[in-house]
Design a binder for this molecule. Structure first.
Ligand code: CLF
Ligand code: SF4
Length: 491
């Protein structure tokens, strides 16, 4: 299995084609051998038609599979906002798509287009350009649409994407369609305006400021109208919802049902991130965010109802660049990218994408070679933490990981269910004990940690904390399922 040409994703040593995992006590060794055939899952794959598959296959947010391979970038061209959310501080980026406390550098549409053309050359696996702030894109329609026009003209293979609070959406669906923007996100935190009064203190609509129930009702009606209009225009709509314990956590299952009935393609339930230093109303008033367990329980509950649930969102910045799990925005600050010449090359980009698609096929094939376990009934589900820098491979050194992907594994499949942010263990070549403690805490509910390599010291401490350390360099689902079989046999 070889990495795609010039992808830059798989920079580690050559992928070992097939690897068996043998576990003795908490130690894992590998031996090369061929695996026998079988299917990894008894569940039917979601039934997408070919057209739908093509619309999402290179969008890292709309397709969980794509997020291992393709990157997105945002340009921060939209400073103003027309509502107030209690989890937002105007000094920072729109918290509907960003972590609070993050500030992006504002660009003009022309600067933004230049940046996109630079990055399209440097990161050819970047396939999507999103506008997500720092305010609301549709409260800044001219800047937003001018940026899209410039990019559609100069870089036609890049998909355009937009994220909005929805207040002005019904007014702009025709324009969005005209510009060939095929992916729109609306943040919908309630379908009951009473609940909305606890989230939105005011909205500014048609030159007038509304407060309380009236404000929440206007926002709700406009969001529903916008969602309906997107469906009628055949534009894919993702809905983001911020989970706020004690306010809308019990209500989001109803939101999920309503938005699905109205034609949303994907639901992304994100955790409220709230701290006093963010200076938000919720942060200053002690409103907590959900625990990973609470978030997963709600996502599971909604995912059971049908359709797709997004679990790989990284709540990125309004100037994010790169794969979802990485942040390369600091390589492309304004002073840097304005000095760089655009290197957009459609042919080269298509070549790289063809390489990625081939690589995805190889990964798919490797997954089919993992046999389902014999114990398929009542087999326990376990969580494992995975260090990866992309490509769907366990390919990252423990000390270099800034986050772990969490997979839920059972007798039939290994399913991505979330991610946990951690601090770098390896700081300037030295392991940090406090960081290790934090890492162990963050993945304490996992049975194993899957890494390409780990030093002897952290390995001993991870084992001490009850985690099995699996060192491998192979397809994530394959390593996870092989570990699972060993785990079940031993328990
Ligand atoms: Fe950006 Fe949003 Fe488009 Fe993706 S992000 S505008 S849909 S291209 Fe993606 Fe980032 Fe989550 Fe948003 S991971 S915050 S869901
Ligand atoms: Fe802040 Fe975004 Fe809400 Fe506007 S829509 S108040 S920018 S979080």
């Amino acid at each position: 299995m070889t990495p795609p040409p010039s992808s830059g994703l798989l920079t580690s040593p050559t992928t070992e084609s097939v690897t068996d995992i043998l576990i003795t006590k908490n130690t894992v060794t590998r031996k090369d051998s061929a695996s026998s055939c079988g299917c990894t899952s008894t569940k039917p794959a979601p039934a997408f038609d070919e057209r739908m598959r093509q619309r999402i296959e290179k969008h890292p947010c709309y397709s969980e599979e794509a997020h291992h391979h393709y990157a997105r970038m945002h340009v921060a061209v939209a400073p103003a906002c027309n509502i107030q959310c209690n989890y937002c501080n105007r000094k920072y980026d729109c918290a509907n798509e960003s972590r609070p406390g993050v500030v992006s550098e504002l660009l003009t549409p022309e600067e933004a287009a230049h940046k996109v053309l630079v990055i399209a050359g440097k990161i050819p696996q970047m396939t999507v350009l999103g506008i997500a702030g720092p305010g609301d894109p549709l409260a800044n329609p001219e800047k937003t649409f001018r940026t899209f026009e410039l990019i559609a003209d100069k870089a036609p293979d890049i998909k355009l994407c937009l994220s909005t609070n929805g207040l002005m959406l019904p007014d702009y669906v025709d324009r969005i369609k005209q510009l060939n923007v095929d992916h729109v996100t609306i943040t919908i935190n309630m379908v009951d305006p009473e609940i909305g009064t606890q989230i939105y203190p005011w909205v500014h609509y048609r030159r007038k400021r509304y407060k309380g129930l009236e404000a929440a009702r206007i926002l709700h009606e406009r969001q529903m109208e916008g969602l309906q209009a997107l469906k009628e225009a055949d534009i894919l709509c993702k809905v983001n919802s911020v989970m706020i314990p004690g306010i809308n956590d019990q209500h989001l299952a109803e939101v999920d049902q309503v938005i699905r009935e109205k034609g949303a393609f994907l639901h992304n339930i994100m955790p409220l991130i709230s701290a006093p230093e963010h200076g938000t109303y919720f942060g200053l008033n002690g409103q907590r965010g959900p625990t990973p367990k609470e978030l997963k329980a709600l996502q599971d509950q909604c995912a059971d109802s049908n359709m797709k649930m997004m679990r790989h969102c990284r709540q990125c910045r309004a100037d994010a660049v790169g794969l979802l799990g990485e942040d390369r925005s600091q390589e492309f600050t304004k002073d840097k990218f304005m000095e760089m010449a655009p290197q957009y090359d459609l042919e080269l980009r298509q070549e790289v994408h063809a390489g990625i698609e081939k690589f995805k096929e190889e990964i798919k094939l490797a997954k089919t070679k993992v046999k389902p376990s014999e114990r398929t009934k009542d087999s326990p589900k376990i969580l494992v933490a995975v260090a990866t820098k992309g490509g769907g491979i366990v390919n990252q050194h423990f000390g270099h990981a800034k986050e772990f992907m969490i997979y839920e594994v059972d007798a039939n499949e290994a399913k991505f269910v979330g991610h946990r942010k951690i601090d770098h263990y390896c700081q300037s070549g030295y392991g940090e004990d406090a960081t290790l403690e934090h890492t162990i805490k963050a993945i304490a509910d996992c049975k194993a940690i899957l890494v390409s390599k780990v030093g002897e010291c952290p390995k001993a401490e991870l084992r001490e904390a009850g985690l099995v350390v699996v060192e491998a360099y192979d397809v994530i689902e394959k390593v996870a399922r092989e570990f699972y079989d060993q785990y079940v046999q031993k328990s």
